[in-house]
Design a protein around this ligand. Structure first.
Ligand code: MRU
Length: 338
């Protein structure tokens, strides 16, 4: 199994996703500031994975803090890393609840309880993904190609994956599936991470550039699209990696089902619709350069939103660990959190 992130006596150990697939290198974060920087620089990325990292960052920060007054500063530092994936804030809130229950206890006990909670979040995430996989496997057509965008696999979670978890479960159930992975410019999560993961599991995978998706969706070869999510609003609008919206529109145009796989912790039912989801803007160099090599003239003006919002009308179903939600989402999503 691919180990994305682990708590160890030396610190929080993560596989460095900026170096994959060239190098399988693990980094050890020995302070909460280093965990925050790892999230910001995308050494670790993917909504559930950054939630686990934030929880472990809080546990690590409190190990080293002189007094329990440091707790809020640590939480705020980690919360300021990336704005879109709600799992980050969900994990921080969960750690805050544990801390407020333990507040009056001796610092050693608080520290031990925070470490245990962070480890629990990691283990639960793996179990949740396996459950999402079981709930979604039936939706994947046998003998067809599945198109995915970005990386919603083991690397984006504590293990197994959401969208790739459904693909893994469908393959384990005996279905003959091959995967088309969009390369996912500009950060190339599809080319670098999804293909690497699928090769690891010997699941047949073909890399396409993002602008080929429409061609293949029209060809009749793609049986369904499945992607992950960073935040899902109460009406079912889905924020996910930039480019997801285009794929969803092309899927509907060609009558190909478009599925979203995500844990319930990705639901943000306080937000009525996708327009209210904050979209992270990242550095221009991610667009002007590919793996450090300039592909645009110096001084080029750049826009680099890291996510887009797919309106709920393009989403065929949302697969969670608590079941599969179908439209109307304003009725089906609240039932999952009751
Ligand atoms: O910018 P990233 O790589 O963190 O974006 C990741 C995605 O958009 C994933 O699809 C999403 O977080 C779901 S991961 C299970």
């Amino acid at each position: 199994m691919i180990e994305t992130i682990q708590w160890t006596p030396d610190g929080v150990v993560m596989i460095d996703q900026t170096r994959l697939p060239r190098e399988e290198k693990y980094v050890t974060c020995t302070s909460y500031q280093q965990v925050a920087e790892a999230i910001r620089s995308m050494v670790i990325r993917g909504a559930p994975a950054i939630g686990v990292a934030a929880a472990m960052g809080i546990a690590l920060g409190m190990q080293q803090a002189d007094s329990s007054n440091a707790f809020e500063t640590i939480c705020e530092t980690l919360a300021a890393t990336r704005p879109t994936a709600v799992n980050l804030f969900w994990a921080i809130d969960r750690m805050r609840r544990v801390y407020s229950e333990m507040r009056a206890r001796p610092i050693q006990e608080i520290r031990a309880r925070l470490i245990a909670e962070a480890q629990q979040i990691r283990l639960e995430d793996i179990a949740i993904n396996e459950c999402i996989g079981r709930n979604g496997a039936d939706l994947i057509p046998d003998g067809k190609t599945v198109l995915t965008h970005c990386n919603a696999g083991a690397l984006a979670t504590a293990g197994y994956g959401t969208a790739l978890g459904v693909i893994r479960a469908a393959v384990a159930s005996g279905k003959r599936i091959d995967v088309f992975a969009d390369e996912t410019r500009p950060f190339l999560q599809g080319a670098r991470l999804t293909i690497w993961e699928l090769q690891h599991d010997r699941i047949p995978a073909t890399l396409i550039t993002d602008n080929m998706a429409g061609h293949f969706l029209h060809s009749g070869r793609i049986g369904c699209v499945i992607v992950g999510a960073d935040r899902i609003a109460a009406n079912g609008d889905v924020a996910n990696k930039i480019g997801t919206y285009s794929v969803a529109v092309l899927a509907k145009e060609n009558q190909v089902p478009f599925y979203v796989a995500a844990p319930v912790s990705t639901l943000d039912l306080k937000i009525a619709c996708g327009d209210q989801i904050p979209i992270e803007q990242r550095a221009a160099a991610e667009v002007t350069h590919v793996q450090g090599v300039a592909v645009a003239p110096e001084g080029t003006a750049v826009a680099n939103p890291a996510f887009d919002v797919t309106p709920h009308r393009y989403v065929t179903a949302i697969i969670t660990e608590r079941g599969v939600a179908r439209p109307p989402y304003s009725e089906s999503l609240p039932k999952l959190v009751q």
